[in-house]
Design a protein around this ligand. Structure first.
Ligand SMILES: Nc1ccccc1C(=O)C[C@H](N)C(=O)O
Ligand SMILES: [Zn+2]
Ligand SMILES: [Zn+2]
Length: 209
């Protein structure tokens, strides 16, 4: 059985979220301790909390919601890239030979900031998004909470993703993942009207070529 690497954040009440966004909350509405035959919980959270996939609707008011997008980009072979040397933005020069990979996941953190919000995360240069699209890349993933800087108002990287009809994964946890090729499985929740979908993202080792 090939090894599975969980590259997802854990949803919990102390989960750091985008400044001003909805805090993650979970409580139990049916309790066995109260005589219910089952335990049932409910969650309150932002669509962009934790590890998630953006829908085109997030950055274009007339584009597809997360329930409508094809699942193909979120399933299949990917390349994990160690981009920790990038400063401020990941640029084309920070990339290795992609070897034809169509899904690229970028590690920018030495250690993922599980316990505090990082406003100064490494974004992705829009020119690099365009270049990746030219290389046939259909999905870009990052351990950062966004492909654009936190204070961005122009959302250049998201707009480049839209122009190239690519897909995005954000909030991945890649600390212990050696660079290289893996099978990506990261299916966003199917939410009508959703501007993003929570993912349980995993990587599976590929059989030896
Ligand atoms: N929660 C937010 C609230 C307002 C503005 C951005 C966010 C984000 O989470 C960024 C998002 N993950 C993005 O796709 O860039
Ligand atoms: Zn997002
Ligand atoms: Zn985004």
């Amino acid at each position: 059985m090939s090894r599975i690497r969980d590259i997802s954040q854990t949803l919990r009440p102390s989960l750091p979220v985008w400044p001003g966004d909805t805090e993650f909350a979970f409580d139990r509405t049916w309790k066995m301790e109260d005589g219910s035959p089952v335990n049932v919980g409910r969650m309150t959270m932002s669509t962009h909390s934790g590890t998630h996939g953006d829908a085109p609707l997030h950055y274009s008011a007339t584009a597809e919601d997360i329930a409508s997008v094809s699942l193909d980009p979120y399933l299949g072979e990917c390349l994990v890239v160690d981009a920790r040397a990038a400063r401020g933005w990941v640029q084309i020069a920070d990339l290795p030979d992609l070897g034809g990979a169509t899904r690229v996941l970028l590690r920018t953190y030495e250690r993922f900031p599980h316990d505090q919000w990082d406003s100064d995360f490494t974004a992705i240069a829009a020119e690099m998004i365009d270049w990746l699209a030219g290389q046939g890349v259909v999905l870009i993933g990052t351990d950062a909470p966004s492909v654009d800087p936190q204070e961005s108002k122009t959302m250049d990287a998201h707009k480049a993703v839209l122009a190239n009809d690519m897909r995005i994964l954000e909030g991945l946890v890649l600390d212990d993942v050696p660079p290289g090729r893996y099978e990506l499985i990261a299916l966003p929740l199917k939410i009508t009207g959703g501007d993003a979908g929570l993912c349980r993202a995993v990587l599976r080792e590929l059989p030896d070529a």
